[in-house]
Design a protein around this ligand. Structure first.
Ligand SMILES: Cc1ncc(COP(=O)(O)O)c(C=O)c1O
Length: 457
């Protein structure tokens, strides 16, 4: 009864992110009620394995009392402190120092936001300010990558290269440009890693030359493209792209909103290739979803240039909730959990997840399996040789999500018929094996689906 009235109230009043209002009203909300470890419960009493850590964010898993205590203590002592007017609080100061200590190279300065989108937006604003401070305000063009996702603020949505974030919103802006994705499985050049890297390097160079070498401000890249379908570049790709940026004096931004905090293994994925970005954006695993927070890391070069450019003038960028003390206290508690064994557990669980999912390759509907650490994807096709995707008419996203849900598994289900996985790092071996087994069951059921059988003809 309670659930029914919640579903109705939701229908009437709550606007959901990235959803068809019409479709959502027809389907109704699924109310989640509690969670522990890697498992969540819904209002109908169903227990599910959360193979997607909420929205690739609950890296530490649910129900950690130490995090709850840290938030409660901070709320009791000082629930809010502004960072304006030279004020501050202990938790965000300590958090900035701890993060700077772990970030690669000279990414020593941290600006805290409320999530990933405003971290990207803040990065764009600091980059614009940086080039003004350097006396080169015409360096105002930005490059990102097809299939990339950089959030949903107006500027970030323009860097994003997924059509649904553009249609009806008047973005991208004319200063936002794209180059092709590496998308190894569907790359027209084939899957030779060096050929893909060389093509990306050539395309980035060509784009810079086309826009004008003295016009480009920055290049944004995710170490692994998440929302585009978990697209893993060949090893060496990101280092090469970073190299091109250095060659042309363009700022390189690593968007680690998904890949940060142990998702692919190390605390930051760009350390995998030993690169130091000029700026880095993070969120999600920073607080493991227990409180909203993101962060932009500025290299010392960027920070000092902005500082000198502004002199005594205030740099007009800030939010009421920048460096929120409760979120910072939560992030510090989460960091303790990560370094108290969860990063190590994530490494082990990640190996098991990757090898487990690889066993699905024999399934008639599986075209590709890819990933790194606790981030993975299984791409479905109706014809393996031709790599034909599931037809849009069968609405793969909702169909596959619903079927997985019925099997007690939460996965991301992308519109193109791709399952995305980002389980909490705390998953047990049994839970990882269950994720794989339940996926196989979903694939088998999908194979028996009359509409899929029709598509397979
Ligand atoms: C790479 C990347 N950047 C930015 C964002 C935006 O973060 P948020 O949803 O916290 O605003 C996301 C979210 O998924 C992301 O994956």
């Amino acid at each position: 009864m309670l659930t029914n009235s919640l579903v109705e109230l939701d229908r009437q009043h709550l606007v959901h992110p990235v959803s068809s209002f019409e479709g959502h009203e027809a389907r109704g909300v699924r109310v989640l009620t509690s969670a522990k470890g890697a498992r969540i419960r819904d209002a109908e009493g169903r227990e599910l394995i959360d193979g997607f850590a909420g929205l690739w964010c609950v890296n530490a898993g649910y129900g950690h009392e130490s995090v709850v205590e840290a938030a409660a203590k901070q709320m009791r002592e000082l629930p809010y402190a502004t960072g304006y007017f030279d004020l501050g609080a202990e938790a965000p100061i300590r958090l900035a120092a701890e993060l700077a200590d772990r970030a690669p190279g000279d990414l020593d300065h941290v600006y805290f936001t409320l999530g990933g989108s405003d971290a990207v937006d803040s990065a764009i604003r600091y980059i614009r300010y940086y080039w003004h401070a350097k006396g080169k305000p015409t360096r105002d063009q930005f490059i990102s990558i097809e299939q990339g996702y950089h959030g949903s603020t107006t500027m970030g949505a323009g860097l994003t290269a997924l059509p649904v974030f553009h249609e009806g919103f008047g973005v991208p802006y004319e200063w936002q440009h794209k180059i092709s994705s590496h998308y190894v499985y569907r790359n027209p050049l084939g899957d030779d890693p060096q050929a893909i890297i060389d093509a990306s390097v050539a395309e980035l160079r060509a784009k810079i030359v086309q826009l004008g070498e003295d016009r480009v401000a920055a290049f944004f890249a995710e170490p692994i493209q998440g929302s585009g379908g978990v697209l893993v570049p060949p090893k060496g790709w990101i280092k090469s792209m970073r190299g091109v940026c250095a060659e042309y004096g363009i700022l390189f931004v690593a968007d680690e909103v998904i890949t940060g905090f142990g998702r692919t293994g190390p605390i930051f994925a760009c350390t995998d290739e030993d690169i130091v970005p000029d700026l880095m954006t993070t969120a999600k695993g920073l607080t493991s979803g227990y409180a909203p927070m993101g962060a932009v890391f500025l290299s010392d070069k960027v920070y000092q240039t902005i500082a000198q450019g502004a002199g005594a003038k205030a740099i007009g960028h800030g939010f009421t909730y920048s460096a929120h003390p409760v979120s910072a206290a939560v992030a510090l508690a989460v960091l303790k959990l990560y370094e108290g064994g969860l990063f190590e557990r994530g490494l082990e669980a990640g190996k098991r997840l990757q090898s487990g999912l690889q066993t699905l390759r024999d399934h008639p509907l599986v075209g590709d399996v890819r990933g790194r650490g606790m981030l993975a994807a299984v791409e479905l096709v109706v014809d393996k040789d031709r790599k034909t995707p599931l037809p849009v008419s069968v609405q793969p996203a909702t169909r596959l999500f619903d079927r997985a849900w019925e099997q007690g598994l939460v996965v991301r289900s992308f519109a193109q018929g791709i399952f995305g996985y980002a389980p909490p790092l705390c998953c047990t071996d049994e839970e990882i094996d269950e994720i794989v087994a339940r996926t196989r069951k979903v694939l088998d059921l999908t194979l028996d689906d009359p509409e899929i059988i029709e598509a397979l003809r």
